[in-house]
Design a protein. Structure first.
Length: 144
């Protein structure tokens, strides 16, 4: 199983590079692949999923239920747009590498599946905690 480390690293690097490309260099190639339609809506459905300047609203627009909206904003955010799917692939590539190395060299006896779930849960918990702190600071307007 250790042979999977290199393909996982390549997959993670490709996801990271694509995240930067669509976020900071959209017009270089992706704008040509997802051109605006000549008639009808201002943006195509594909561009609304691939372009992070537009797709960040996808987690809010389909669902009115606040609990389901929370799942789309947090644990299931990777289904709302391409940038978050790439982030999911990047993080899980890294988690996969860590898991393989732990099982191979540290003789960890926990199932690889539980290790991946635990790393995703830990990342999400810490991410939401830090994000909440920023929200609280903003609400208190402590930074001027």
């Amino acid at each position: 199983m250790i042979w999977l480390v290199i393909p996982l690293a390549i997959l993670g690097i490709a996801a990271s590079s694509t995240m930067d490309e669509i976020r900071f260099h959209w017009t270089r190639i992706f704008a040509y692949w997802f051109k605006m339609p000549k008639e009808g809506p201002l943006f195509s459905k594909a561009e609304m999923w691939f372009n992070p300047n537009l797709s960040h609203v996808n987690k809010y627009k389909w669902v009115k239920n606040k609990y389901l909206q929370w799942f789309l904003k947090s644990p299931l955010v990777f289904i709302t747009d391409f940038w978050h799917l790439l982030k999911f692939i990047l993080l899980n590539s890294l988690y996969g590498i860590i898991t393989l190395l732990l099982i191979e060299y540290a003789n960890v006896t926990i199932s690889w599946w539980w290790l991946l779930i635990g790393m995703n849960f830990g990342w999400g918990l810490f991410y939401e905690t830090v994000s909440s702190i920023y929200g609280l600071l903003h609400d208190r307007k402590t930074i001027k």
